[in-house]
Design a binder for this molecule. Structure first.
Ligand code: 15L
Length: 273
């Protein structure tokens, strides 16, 4: 696979959590080319180790195992956890306890940089006719968005208190192509996802930075000007898919909250009991 990022910077050992998930499977081979050793972790099946890979399956809620997972690691790309709206107890364990365990392990093991897969659902209750940047107050659209807001707060705290740097990626919709009209604004191509993660790993002096993970889409609800120090320059756009998406979804129900708010269907998922 050819990499879209022009100047590779190598790490000795990188950790990728959530390596068996949708975006983990995309990033696993691409991150391998950036490091001598890629340690991959998940609770789902990880397959066999490729040359230069270490497999270390760990539950995020297992604090001792998380400490061991971060030993000898230069930087972490943390995709692990629940990635959709779910009952609170599921989110609590994987995303809230899990994120805390990750940062505590980073502190204990002296890891200096984390790339945290946050989500656009931290601000999902802004309207689709608004443009916001990362300085806008959070408006989470459910348990999942709330857990990602907690992760971003953890990241800020561990920077302020312990000097551990984080780039929080408020990822939009990263799929092979945009599936619906909403994703014309939120789409992040896989090549741009790689560019974003590599920028987040390698940009100097990030402190705690927040960036929206989107391609260079013509329709956009998010302004990344405040994150320009990361040097993330998306190369793809949802525009070539617009005609097909609009033909597939010609009618829009303007009374549906999913078409009114940036979080889409997440804003009306649940309650679960
Ligand atoms: C997310 O955060 C989810 O992990 C992903 O599955 C998508 O649904 C995405 O948001 C989105 O907003 O489209």
């Amino acid at each position: 696979m050819t990499s879209p990022h022009p100047s590779p910077l190598r790490f000795r050992r990188l950790l990728l959590t959530g390596a068996a998930g949708g975006l983990g499977r995309v990033l696993r081979p691409r991150l391998k080319s950036r490091c001598d050793v890629l340690r991959v972790s998940d609770i789902a099946e990880l397959g066999t180790a490729a040359p230069g890979e270490e497999l270390q399956p760990v539950r995020l809620e297992d604090r001792a195992a998380m400490r061991a997972l971060l030993e000898g690691v230069d930087a972490v790309v943390h995709l692990g956890g629940v990635s959709t709206e779910q009952p609170f107890d599921l989110i609590l364990q994987a995303n809230i306890v899990g994120a805390f365990n990750l940062y505590e392990a980073a502190r204990v093991q002296g890891v200096r940089r984390i790339v945290f897969a946050s989500s656009n659902h931290v601000t999902g209750f802004y309207r689709q006719d608004e443009v916001i940047d990362a300085r806008a107050p959070v408006r989470p659209d459910g348990h999942y968005g709330l857990s990602k807001a907690y992760g971003e707060n953890l990241a800020q705290f561990y920077w302020d208190r312990h000097g551990i740097e984080t780039v929080s990626l408020r990822i939009g919709s990263s799929f092979p192509e945009p599936k619906d009209r909403r994703m014309l604004a939120t789409w992040l191509s896989y090549d741009d996802l790689e560019r974003l993660v590599v920028s987040a790993l390698t940009a100097p002096g990030v402190g705690h930075s927040i960036v929206y993970g989107m391609s260079a889409n013509t329709t956009s609800w998010w302004d990344n000007t405040a994150a320009r120090h990361l040097g993330y320059a998306p190369q793809d756009s949802s525009e070539p898919f617009r005609a097909a998406v609009e033909a597939r979804q010609p009618l829009i129900d303007r009374d549906d909250p999913a078409t009114q708010y940036q979080g889409g269907a997440f804003v009306r998922t649940g309650p679960f009991d």
